[in-house]
Design a binder for this molecule. Structure first.
Ligand code: NAD
Length: 492
């Protein structure tokens, strides 16, 4: 491995080589080729970034909002110009198809576009004469240095649920990408540099647990946005909050869909297959359990099994491929082990995607789409986040039974219903305990101008990423009460 393959940190407007004692290999999951080496940066490098960001904050917060968003307009254009290159990098290090990578970057850019509305989104309130000659106003001010800690499954998008809003509101920023997929952010930070942000306003620190802990503990960092698995989300929320910081922590999921007998089976199957097997099931909004109600059982089981078996699996850069590998070999082994657990608990692997031979990609971390039928609703496989292309089928008699089952679950990221009945749809929307709801939609991913609303153990905090919630999270309100007696205006 060449020295030039070692990724750098970007701190205080400079690309810096890390003093890390350990580097990890970055792997292309389709081929197992090594793409680069990522430093596990020590706490001291997070501290340098936090210090640089704290100094930069003093100037940046004074840049008027209409001027701050000029950097974001420039960034949007630069991201568009480099769109295909970034999408290819995502596919190479993360494995998803090139179409999925483009979709990811589209949502990232959409968040930049929405954040360009900050001059109006962060406006305050003003009440004249709350008493005679006394006015009260509320202004929003930035909180200071903020940081994002990202997971592996969306290497480009996730920092953009937070960073554009934070910067537009006048905060300075640190991104800690997943150590499994650091190449995309390395590329994006080159583009942030081109957008001309003043030094210290945006910073990149690669690493893993030591870097995260340093972010959680550094006194200058005032707000943290985390996305990842539930145990780490809980840990980040607990330690960050105990240190007096604002924390929003998005966790894992086990997303159910319900199929009613009156659903359009052809459309439902297509959408459910995209949800369960898209991004190789490594999406926090992937369908993981399908609850078929009454007569929906047989047609859906047959159709989804056919769709699973027919899915074209291969290297994501090939435009005809519909599903890529999972992130790495340990993940492949883990998913295969969980499929076996399901079988051991009594399910039938009606489509079994273990040990597939993908011609030309024999070294890749592939699992083909898998359908487990007759999954034990109380078994471990029905409760565990598999994070692979596995759909579990559970059969019930009524929609009430299905909703009760969903509401008894640990997570609340997303739930979907497939039906042609408005009454059933409304009942579902009203009663289901999940923060993102799909009605005849399989991946209910909120647009950038809506919050990404996980519930229960899928989210720790109050304000979510994106849109208005992000503006609330990245600003603190200041209320001012002013008295200007009438007497004093006489002289004017
Ligand atoms: P992960 O929790 O292993 O890692 C996430 C981040 O935390 C990484 O940056 C990693 O370096 C850091 N980290 C890992 N272990 C740590 C520890 N012990 N202490 C401190 N930091 C630690 O998650 P992942 O495997 O990268 O991503 C997949 C998970 O993310 C899935 O559970 C998925 O559901 C979830 N996810 C959730 C959403 C959402 O919106 N709710 C979105 C995407 C992914």
């Amino acid at each position: 491995m060449e020295e030039s393959d070692r990724l750098l940190n970007y701190i205080n407007g400079e690309w810096r080589r890390s003093a890390a004692a350990e580097y990890l290999e970055v792997i292309n999951p389709a081929t197992n080729d090594v793409l680069g080496q990522v430093p596990l940066s020590p706490a001291s490098e997070v501290n340098e970034a936090a210090q640089a960001a704290a100094i930069a904050f003093e100037e940046w917060r004074r840049v008027p909002a209409p001027d701050r968003i000029q950097y974001l307009f420039r960034l949007k254009n630069i991201l568009e110009e480099n769109f295909e290159d970034i999408a290819r990098t995502i596919t190479m290090e993360c494995g998803k198809t090139i179409g999925e990578s483009r979709g990811e970057m589209r949502r990232a850019i959409e968040n930049v576009e929405v954040a360009c509305g900050i001059p109006i989104m962060m406006q305050g309130d003003f009440s004249e004469d709350i008493a005679s000659g006394i006015d009260e106003l509320m202004i929003r001010q930035p909180v200071g240095v903020c940081a994002a800690i990202a997971p592996f499954n969306f290497p480009g998008m996730i920092a953009f649920w937070f960073m554009p809003y934070a910067l537009a509101c006048g905060n300075t920023y640190i991104v800690k990408p997943s150590e499994k997929v650091p190449l995309t952010m390395q590329k994006i930070f080159k583009l942030l540099e081109q957008a001309g942000f003043p030094k210290g306003v945006v910073n990149l620190v690669n690493g893993a647990k030591e870097a995260v802990d340093a972010i959680l503990d550094h006194p200058a960092i005032r707000a943290i946005s985390f996305v990842g698995s539930t145990p780490v989300a809980k840990y980040v929320y607990g330690r960050g909050s105990a240190n007096g910081k604002r924390v929003q922590a998005q966790g894992g999921a086990k997303n159910p869909i319900i199929v009613l007998p009156d659903a359009d089976m052809e459309m439902t199957t297509r959408i459910a297959a995209d949800s369960a097997f898209g991004c190789a099931g490594q999406r926090c909004l992937a369908a993981s359990i399908a609850l078929t109600v009454a007569d929906a059982r047989q047609p859906f089981t047959e159709a989804i099994s056919e769709a699973a078996a027919a899915r074209v699996v291969g290297y994501g850069l090939d435009e005809s491929v519909q599903m890529g590998p999972v992130i790495n070999l340990p993940s492949m082994k883990r998913v295969e082990g969980l499929i076996q657990n399901g079988v051991d608990e009594g399910a039938a692997a009606v489509v079994d995607g273990r040990s597939p031979a993908i011609p030309g990609y024999e070294n890749g971390s592939f699992v083909r789409p898998t359908v487990l039928d007759g999954v034990d609703p109380d078994g471990s496989i029905a409760k565990t986040e598999i994070f692979g292309p596995v759909l579990s089928l559970i059969h019930v008699d009524t929609i009430d039974e299905a909703i009760k089952y969903i509401n008894g679950g640990q997570y609340g990221n997303m739930a979907c219903l497939f039906t042609s009945s408005g009454a059933a749809a409304r009942k579902f929307r009203y009663e289901v305990n999940a923060g993102n709801i799909g009605i005849n939609v399989g991946v209910a991913a909120p647009m950038a101008f809506f919050p990404f609303s996980g519930w229960k153990e899928s989210f720790f905090g109050t304000l979510h990423g994106q849109g208005d919630h992000a503006v609330e999270f990245f600003t603190q309100t200041k209320v001012v009460v002013e008295r200007w007696p009438k007497l004093w205006s006489r002289q004017f």
